[in-house]
Ligand binder design. Structure first.
Ligand code: UDX
Length: 436
C-alpha cells in the first residue's frame, strides 16, 4: 500500500515513520524545503525519543520518502493524510489556511480515486470545507474524479508518540462510505496485533471526539488545580485528595496531577477552539471557558508563591528548572515557563534557567532575557529561590546538600509536587508546593 502524509511536524512525521515500519510505502511531504532537506540528509528536526532510529531505519529500507511536492506522488497513492498545523488565530480559532491549501493541491492534481484524510485537529465542520475546496478545484479543471474526505484525529502524546501510535487506546475514523472504511481499516490492520479498537463513525463525530477528549483531560487538570489552591487555603494535601478520589474506578487515577498549569501544542489551543465553536453555534461551553481561565491563572502560581515568600522580586535571583511544557520534549509552546520568565523579568528578577532539551528553544523565544546555565546545579548558584517547572527525571532526586551550599537563600517552589517536604525541611529549606 502507498500513502502520503502532508506535514512533517510531530503528528505527520511520527505517523509516517510508524506506517512505514509496518511495511507501508510512505511519502512525507512538507512545503518547508529546509526541513525536507534535513530529513533527506538523515536529520530529524524534532526531539522525540526513538524517532531518529525509526526514521533512519525506514529511509534505509526504502519505505519512507520525503518531498516538497505533493503533486509528484499523488498518482501512486490511495490515501493522503493531512497533518499540517492549525495554529491559533488571534481570536483563538484554528487557522485552516494550511489544511485548505492541502485540499487545493489535492484537487488540482489527483487523477484517480483518492481519499484525503484529515489528521490535524480541526474544528467540527472542517471536512465539509475541505470537500468543497477539492470539488471547486476539480470543477475548475472540468474533470470528474471520484474522491472522498475522512477524519482520523490523532491522540498521540509528545514524548511517548511512537508508543502511542504503535499501540493506541483506540483509533477514531470518520468516513462517508464503506469503500473508505475498508481502505482505512486495511491500512490500520497491522496495528491490530496490539488489540486496539477502531471506531468508525460519521465525520462530525470524529472531529468532535478529538476536542472532547482533549477538553476532558484539560478539565481534569484545571479541576485539580482549583482543588489544590483551595487545599493550600484550608490546610489539606492535594496528593492525599488525588489518591482518595483516584481509586474510585469511575474517576480513575490518571491525569489528576495538580501543578503550574498545562501547556503544549494541543490542550491550550483545542480548549480555546472548542470554546469558540460553542460561541459560534450559540451553545456556550461554560466549563471549557472556566478550564482555560483557571489554567491561565495557574501558570502564574509559582510567581505568586515566590512573591509571598520574598516580597519584592526586584534584584532577586530565581533559578528555573525545566522550560519545556513537559518532560522528554524540547517543546515550549504555551509552557508555564514562558509565563514565569515574563512575570519574573518584568518584576526585575534575574532568572537563571536550565532544561535538558529546551535551551535552544528558550533562546529562540526569549533571547538574552534570562541567564542560560550549563547544568541544573549551575542554575541555582546564588539563587534566592529554586522553582521546579518541568518534572524531568534528572530533577527528581537532586543533591540538596550541594544545592543548599550554593544558594543565597534556601527556598524551593515545587511547581509539580515531586519533592518530599520532610526531606527538604530537614536540609534547611523552606518548601512550597501546589496544594500541600
Ligand atoms: C495531549 C493529549 O494527551 C494527547 O492525547 C493529544 O493528542 C495532544 O495533547 P501532549 O500535549 O503531548 O498530549 O501532552 P500531555 O502529556 O497530555 O500533557 C499536557 C500538559 O498537561 C502538560 O503541560 C502536563 O504537564 C500537563 N498535565 C498533565 C498536568 O498538569 N497534570 C496532569 O495530571 C497531566
Amino acid at each position: 500500500m502507498n500513502i502520503s502524509i502532508v506535514g512533517t511536524g510531530y503528528v505527520g512525521l511520527v505517523s509516517g515513520a510508524c506506517f512505514a515500519e509496518m511495511g507501508i510505502d510512505v511519502t512525507c511531504v512538507d512545503i518547508d524545503e529546509k526541513k525536507i532537506g534535513r530529513l533527506l540528509s538523515g536529520e530529524v528536526p524534532i526531539y522525540e525519543p526513538g524517532l531518529d532510529d525509526l526514521v533512519r531505519r525506514n529511509v534505509e529500507a526504502g519505505r519512507l520518502h520525503f518531498t516538497t511536492d505533493l503533486s509528484s506522488c499523488l498518482d501512486q497513492v490511495e490515501v493522503v493524510f493531512s497533518a499540517v498545523g492549525t495554529p491559533p488565530d488571534e481570536d483563538g480559532s484554528a487557522d485552516l489556511r494550511y489544511v485548505l491549501e492541502v485540499a487545493r493541491t489535492f484537487g488540482r492534481n489527483i487523477n484517480k480515486y483518492t481519499i484525503l484524510v484529515t489528521k490535524s485537529t480541526v474544528p467540527v465542520g472542517t471536512s465539509k470545507k475541505v470537500k468543497a475546496v477539492i470539488q471547486e478545484e476539480l470543477d475548475k479543471r472540468g474533470v470528474q474524479i471520484p474522491f472522498e474526505v475522512a477524519s482520523n484525529p490523532e491522540f498521540l502524546k509528545e514524548g511517548a508518540a511512537i508508543k502511542d501510535f504503535m499501540s493506541p487506546d483506540r483509533i477514531v475514523v470518520g468516513t462517508e462510505s464503506e469503500r473508505a472504511q475498508r481502505l482505512l481499516s486495511r491500512l490500520y490492520r497491522p496495528f491490530l496485533v496490539n488489540n486496539f479498537r477502531i471506531y468508525f463513525m460519521d465525520i462530525p463525530s470524529a472531529e468532535m471526539t478529538k476536542y472532547a477528549a482533549n477538553a476532558m483531560l484539560a478539565t481534569r487538570i484545571s479541576f485539580m488545580n482549583d482543588i489544590a489552591n483551595l487545599c493550600d487555603e484550608v490546610g489539606a494535601d492535594i496528593d492525599m485528595v488525588r489518591k482518595g478520589i483516584g481509586t474510585d474506578a469511575r474517576i480513575g487515577n490518571k491525569f489528576l496531577y495538580a501543578g503550574c498549569g498545562y501547556g503544549g501544542s494541543c490542550f491550550p489551543k483545542d480548549v480555546r477552539a472548542l470554546a469558540r465553536t460553542g460561541r459560534e453555534y450559540g451553545s456556550p461551553m461554560r466549563i471549557i471557558e472556566a478550564v482555560e481561565a483557571v489554567n491561565e491563572r495557574q501558570k502564574e502560581i509559582v510567581v505568586r508563591k515566590l512573591a509571598a515568600e520574598l516580597g519584592d522580586l526586584r534584584g532577586r535571583t530565581v533559578a528555573l528548572w525545566g522550560l519545556a511544557f513537559k518532560p522528554e520534549t524540547d517543546d515550549m509552546r504555551e509552557a508555564p515557563a514562558l509565563v514565569a520568565i515574563d512575570r519574573l523579568t518584568c518584576a526585575g528578577a534575574v532568572v537563571r534557567v536550565y532544561d535538558p532539551a529546551a535551551m535552544d528553544e528558550c533562546r529562540r523565544r526569549v533571547g538574552d532575557a534570562v541567564v542560560y546555565c550549563s547544568d541544573m546545579y549551575e542554575a541555582v548558584v546564588d539563587a534566592d529561590a529554586l522553582v521546579l517547572l518541568t518534572e524531568w527525571k534528572q530533577f527528581r532526586l537532586p543533591s540538596w546538600t550541594v544545592i543548599r551550599k550554593v544558594m543565597a537563600n534556601p527556598l524551593v517552589i515545587d511547581g509539580r509536587n515531586i519533592y518530599d517536604k520532610a526531606e527538604l525541611v530537614a536540609e534547611g529549606f523552606t518548601y512550597k508546593a501546589i496544594g500541600k
